[in-house]
Design a binder for this molecule. Structure first.
Ligand SMILES: [Zn+2]
Length: 529
């Protein structure tokens, strides 16, 4: 029987039913990450399943498809709402049993990540302790033990992640996609050819500068540890994945944050833009403890103002960057236009909210910000300015090369989950990051990266986010004179990025906000000396 309802009635109905499911999931997700327990995991599985079985409903999907055919005379927002609903539904048109398997396995793997702590000499250590050793220790044996402790989780979850990839692929193939990687891009308004063309552009723009910088870094590390360059291994670096440069390759500004109140500095930063984040601070969970996620994220619970941040704050540059980053996500959600239909509130795309978060996180190394907000005296900052610029450049280079590893690895993970991923991982690390693999090591070091399990096919958004941040930075400099203590910049962000929310597609939004399509041009410009 034909559906007697208009397309808008179909959309309104689906939106009204999806909304409470999404809110319950967000609440359950928050609970399982802040107060880990079997009950919390249970609640989260139930919420995941409730949402997924709704999105898997074949009859409603059919109604959506019919609505798509009749949509032509609809209002301005209906087309966008329909696209968003369609993308959400299509990925879930999967048999119930397969769906249950995927949710249970995802939850089990993530729970392992939340509860597992690596060991050094039989002693449990958390991620902050590992990173402290890698940042400060001069003793190679200790560094190596810390690095290995950071990878021990890999062996616990590798089989689970391979199995997840197989299950996700089975679901994707049933729907006619090549594999989960292809489906995930297609249902998030990303084009695979364009993505890999952009990765190639980024690769081309970074190869020369990265090689030159990494050679200098290696020379400095060899000097610091008193060994030949050829003997350098991953544990000579500060970051277990080399996602960011070590103190020796760039300037560390940690000393400016020793004893600092990162909460106040974060509020002060946003106050300077005329943006108030106090309501978010109230509901947030910012300091480390047992049974809590060791990572950092921001979550919009209800698209109605209840936005929360999770961190494990310590007085360091890394956590300053992370706080500014997560509260960047938060302000985007808070300033989303709440008069829009519920489906269209929040970020236009993960890459646009990552872009804002990265733009804000970069301030932790911005000379103007260090003086105006962190209260470092001008003479010190002026003296450091060239080194700060070099540090920013090193951070961008290092991160871009790391994303090349992750995105290429993830494509292969789904192309063949049974292949020799342990070797592939180190091949990519050597090729893009120029980090020598450990000798005689055969371990699933890739599996220690939580995103492969918890945020599959998401990493490309961080790179696109960097590109957007660089492009937006140029726009703000041109139109508002910069970002620090410039309410005009805040106004521009609210008007051109936050408020439109998802009412326009991300590529249109970027072009409208910055005057040009998203490209690697501005990132490349920032890498020039
Ligand atoms: Zn983020």
């Amino acid at each position: 029987m034909p559906d007697p309802r208009t397309p808008r009635e179909v959309i309104d109905d689906l939106e009204a039913r999806l909304r409470p499911l999404e809110i319950e999931l967000a609440e359950a997700w928050w609970e399982s990450n802040t107060r880990s327990s079997p009950q919390a995991d249970e609640r989260r599985i139930e919420a995941e399943l409730a949402r997924r079985s709704f999105l898997a409903d074949a009859e409603m999907f059919q109604q959506l498809r019919s609505a798509q055919e009749e949509i032509h005379d609809a209002g301005p927002h209906d087309g966008r709402r329909l696209t968003i609903l369609h993308d959400a539904f299509v990925a879930h048109q999967v048999p119930a049993e397969l769906r249950r398997q995927i949710v249970e396995l995802e939850t089990a793997v993530e729970s392992t990540f939340n509860n597992f702590r690596g060991k050094i000499d039989g002693e449990r250590v958390d991620d902050n302790a590992i990173s402290e050793i890698l940042r400060t220790s001069a003793e190679i044996g200790e560094r190596r033990a810390a690095w290995e402790a950071s990878k021990q989780i890999g062996a616990q979850v590798a089989d689970g992640i391979r199995e997840l990839a197989r299950l996700r692929n089975r679901a994707a193939r049933d729907l006619g996609y090549r594999d989960h990687f292809a489906m995930a891009l297609a249902t998030s308004e990303l084009d695979e050819d364009r993505l890999f063309a952009t990765l190639a552009d980024v690769g081309a723009a970074t190869t020369g500068p990265f090689e030159e910088w990494k050679e200098r870094l290696d020379a400095a590390l060899a000097e610091r540890f008193g060994c030949p360059v050829d003997d350098l291994r991953p544990w000579h670096l500060d970051d277990p994945f080399f996602q960011s440069p070590p103190g020796d390759g760039a300037l560390s500004v940690d000393e400016f944050f020793a004893g600092a109140d990162l909460e106040s500095l974060t509020l002060r930063t946003y106050d300077g833009l005329g943006l108030d984040l106090r309501p978010v601070l109230e509901g947030s969970d910012l300091y480390a403890r047992d049974g809590k996620s060791q990572h950092a994220f921001c979550i919009d619970i209800d698209r109605q103002g209840d936005v929360r941040v999770l961190c494990n704050v310590e007085a360091s540059e890394r956590w300053m960057d992370t706080m500014l980053h997560e509260f960047g996500h938060a302000i985007y959600d808070r300033e989303s236009d709440r008069s829009l239909p519920w489906l269209l509130r929040g970020a236009a795309h993960p890459l646009t909210t990552e872009g804002i978060a990265m733009l804000m996180g970069r301030l932790a190394r911005n000379p103007e910000w260090l003086v105006a907000v962190a209260g470092v005296d001008r003479a010190t900052v002026d003296e450091l300015a060239p080194a700060l610029a070099e540090a920013q450049r090193a951070a961008l280079l290092t991160f871009a090369r790391w994303v090349l590893v992750m995105t290429n690895f993830e494509r292969q993970l789904y192309a063949d989950p049974d292949s020799d991923l342990d070797t592939l991982w180190w091949d990519l690390v050597e090729r893009y990051q120029h980090v020598h693999r450990p000798d005689d090591r055969h371990a699933p070091d890739w599996a220690a990266k939580i995103h492969l399990a918890a945020a599959p096919v998401y990493y490309q958004n961080y790179l696109y986010g960097e590109l957007f941040a660089s492009q937006l930075d140029a726009t703000l400099t041109e139109r508002a004179g910069g970002l620090v203590d410039r309410p005009e910049a805040g106004e521009l962000l609210v008007r051109d990025v936050f408020a439109p929310s998802a009412s326009v597609r991300w590529d249109t939004l970027v072009e409208r906000a910055t005057g040009a399509p998203l490209s690697a041009t501005h990132l490349a410009r920032q890498l020039e000396h």
